[in-house]
Design a protein around this ligand. Structure first.
Ligand code: GLC
Length: 400
């Protein structure tokens, strides 16, 4: 007999949390568990899930419900009230679905889904697991919001899966109960991120770069906290020493005006530093393994602590040395000096020095890359992650 597990996410945009969900569902033992993903509207995530053969159920929520909390100020109290009503209506629909479809357990996969999903699960009498992809520090959330989230978390009979020790620590420091939080590191689909299946030259050819030109890449959605501006500043410094180096920023502005304005500011910075031929912005790409294959170093320059950092693990799986900010979950993945170099967050000169050190020592770069590949295969596979999550499912279901 297999248990039906309902996964809830509030968005269709493919950021890290949604990639995590795809990895988990790809490797979930379908003999034991049959998944269904409940989403508020149609979009990209739904398409990827269907490609994997995972059933999706759209339980429509109005934009109003999804935007709850976005209208600030007294004048918008009416707007918030309407949002709450609309959300209550959606929760009612989810409760009916969970009962009708005899779902055994609910696994919520985003902060908003953690909120409304746990209430729906409780009303339907189902156990719930929260996936926590976010670090509850002042860099991302107000202390009021962090506290509200942990009070909510403590109220339900649930387990909180944190994607790193850093995420777990922040959750507990915010008031979350220690005995609820479990760290399970994210994992990578290593069959997809296998260097043997990709040609190093393909992406370089697309950029019209010579085969032997060094190429350094930053992959991630464009957002101020992801710190792409530091990468551009570092590029300017590196080119003084190694003028043949090229740089690429892969990723798009996904979440609203702040990110869109940040994209513009990056373009302005590139122009101001005279780097138009040296630093390219290529936008969102599906063929990340193909791109990583062409890179000499993969950089991560977040100015706020990165909860996990999937792309770092993906790059390591492909044998690439890493240069990343020493914060959040990153030091749990990359051992400084062994798989790459870590630098002080926010310091673009330190970032430039770290990149230069690796670019100038090819032997060390390849030793680091190999060490990274082995570490991911041992500790950070999606299969391994799915096994650990399945153990939690079994524990909760047995208890029931
Ligand atoms: C979020 C986090 C990121 C993490 C991903 C998957 O996008 O910001 O650090 O890798 O979720 O857990």
């Amino acid at each position: 007999m297999s248990f039906k597990i309902a996964y809830l996410d509030h968005t269709q945009e493919m950021s890290g949390g949604e990639i995590y969900l795809l990895n988990l569902l790809k490797f979930l033992d379908k003999d034991q568990f049959s998944p269904v993903v409940i989403l508020p509207c149609s979009g990209s995530l739904e398409i990827y899930l269907k490609e994997l053969g995972i059933p999706v159920s759209i339980i429509s929520a109005s934009q109003r419900a999804i935007q709850l909390g976005k209208h600030q100020g007294m004048g918008n109290i009416l707007s918030e009230m309407k949002s709450i009503l609309s959300l209550a209506f959606t929760i009612g629909k989810i409760v009916r679905y969970l009962k009708r479809e005899k779902v055994s357990l609910v696994h919520t996969n985003s902060i908003k889904a953690n909120f409304y999903g746990s209430l729906a699960a409780k009303l339907a009498g189902k156990p719930v697991i929260w996936q926590l992809h976010d670090i509850l520090t002042a860099d991302f959330f107000s202390s009021f919001f962090g506290r509200l989230l942990t009070i909510w978390a403590n109220f339900f009979d649930n387990v909180i899966i944190c994607n790193s020790n850093a995420t777990k620590k922040a959750f507990i420091e915010c008031g979350g109960r220690t005995n609820k939080a479990i760290k399970i590191h994210n994992g990578i689909d290593i069959s997809r991120f296998n260097i043997k299946n990709h040609r190093r030259s393909a992406f370089k050819k697309e950029l019209c770069l010579p085969k032997d030109a060094p190429l350094v890449g930053h992959i991630g959605r464009l957002a101020p906290w992801k710190g792409q501006h530091l990468f551009i500043e570092a590029a300017s410094r590196i080119l003084v020493d190694l003028p043949k180096t090229n740089f690429v920023l892969v990723g798009e502005a996904l979440f609203g005006d702040i990110d869109l304005n940040y994209r513009k500011s990056l373009q302005t910075l590139i122009a101001k530093l005279g780097l138009k031929n040296k630093v390219r912005l290529v936008g969102f790409r599906k063929d990340i393994p193909n791109i990583i294959a062409a890179l000499d170093i993969v950089v991560h320059s977040s100015v706020a602590p990165e909860p996990f950092g999937l792309v770092i693990a993906e790059a390591m799986a492909m044998g690439k040395p890493i240069v990343a900010a020493r914060a959040g979950g990153i030091p749990e993945i990359v051992q400084d000096g062994i798989m790459g170099l870590l630098f002080e967050p926010g310091n673009s000169s330190a970032l430039a020095e770290a990149i230069l050190a690796i670019l100038k020592d090819k032997e060390r770069a390849s030793v680091m890359g190999e060490a990274g590949r082995q570490r991911i295969e041992r500790f950070f596979t999606a299969e391994g992650n799915a096994k650990q999550v399945e153990n939690i499912y079994s524990r909760l279901l047995d208890r029931k």
